[in-house]
Ligand binder design. Structure first.
Ligand SMILES: [Zn+2]
Length: 314
């Protein structure tokens, strides 16, 4: 349990545009600034550099845009494929130690791109927005082994999937009671909803588009979360069942106390449309690359179903 004064006074000055001054005084976080140069590491390790630069060369019909930048100035990309009027968005790696989901989404994008002409009827109907790396700094930190393997947060120690304006105050109160009242590896909700550039970029991009549904890829648990409080977006239950059927993943209702302030929670609250969290794979985060093929086999049918569903909407 945190003292009530811990929050909002000295702990949170970091959020005021200048990252350096508060972190330098915090044990365990003082070296965070040096993580900036680990970007290159991430790219090398997961072979992403080529993917990012080449995917639009190999597949000129894919549009790439920068939706914002991370705390440390790393671009957050969206890749868009299709030219239909119905939009769907899939995002990955809100959580740093779940970076394997970035690979999963990239792989899916490449696979779809390679069949683009064969599936042109689908792309005439829909537009798929992929945001494969919501939290580049956090992922760099985990891959660079600068933080422990349980690090989920961004470079400022904010848990990005607890920073959205969907019952954020309840989330704050719940996690504060659990002792997560300052920047750290996970469960710190931030100074205010959308305090982080990564989450505000996601929210802005979501407002700018008209997504009929969104999927957020996380690890792990082989579970699908689709409910939020009493919201009952049209089609959500049926689609969730379909996802479960094609993947073998379990349908889960989020336990009340932790079902706040995530991207999916916010998307459902704001738009009353189906939004999903897919907990891919099974094991301890970060899941090893050796799990990738099996995980991809189970998960990609979910993504396929989501595209088909989007195409069928009026
Ligand atoms: Zn997660």
């Amino acid at each position: 349990m945190c003292p009530p004064s811990a929050y909002g006074k000295h702990e949170l000055k970091y959020a005021k545009h200048n990252l350096s001054y508060e972190f330098s005084q915090k044990k365990g976080l003082e070296h965070i600034l040096s993580y900036a140069n680990l970007r290159a590491d991430f790219m090398k390790k997961i072979n992403n550099e080529n993917l990012i630069s080449n995917i639009t060369k190999d597949y000129p019909f894919i549009d790439k845009s920068v939706i914002g930048t991370s705390r440390l100035g790393v671009p957050i990309y969206a890749f868009i494929i299709g030219h239909g009027a119905k939009d769907i968005m899939i995002n990955a790696s809100h959580h740093a130690n779940e970076w394997i989901t970035t690979l999963l989404l990239f792989n899916f994008l490449e696979e779809k791109a390679s069949k683009y002409n064969k599936e042109i009827d689908l792309w005439n109907e829909i537009k798929l927005h992929c945001i494969p790396l919501v939290n580049p700094d956090g992922v760099n930190m985990v891959l660079g082994k600068k933080v422990s393997n349980d690090w989920k947060a961004n470079a400022c120690g904010v848990d990005l999937n607890k920073n959205y304006p969907a019952n954020w105050y309840q989330a704050k109160s719940y996690y504060f009671q659990q002792g997560f009242c300052k920047p750290g590896a996970k469960n710190f909700v931030g100074e205010r909803p959308l305090s982080e550039p990564e989450t505000s970029a996601m929210a802005a991009y979501t407002f700018l588009n008209d997504f009929l549904t969104t999927l957020s890829l996380h690890t792990q648990g082989e579970e699908i979360y689709y409910k939020y409080l009493d919201f009952n977006p049209k089609g959500a239950n049926e689609l969730a069942k379909k996802f479960a059927e094609v993947s073998g993943y379990k349908l889960e209702e989020v336990p009340e106390e932790s079902s706040f302030a995530g991207y999916r929670d916010w998307f459902i609250t704001e738009f009353n449309r189906p939004g999903f969290t897919i907990e891919c794979g099974l094991g301890e985060n970060p899941l090893p690359l050796s799990d990738f093929s099996y995980m991809y086999k189970k998960t990609s049918p979910i993504l396929e179903e989501a595209l088909k569903w989007t195409a069928k909407q009026a």
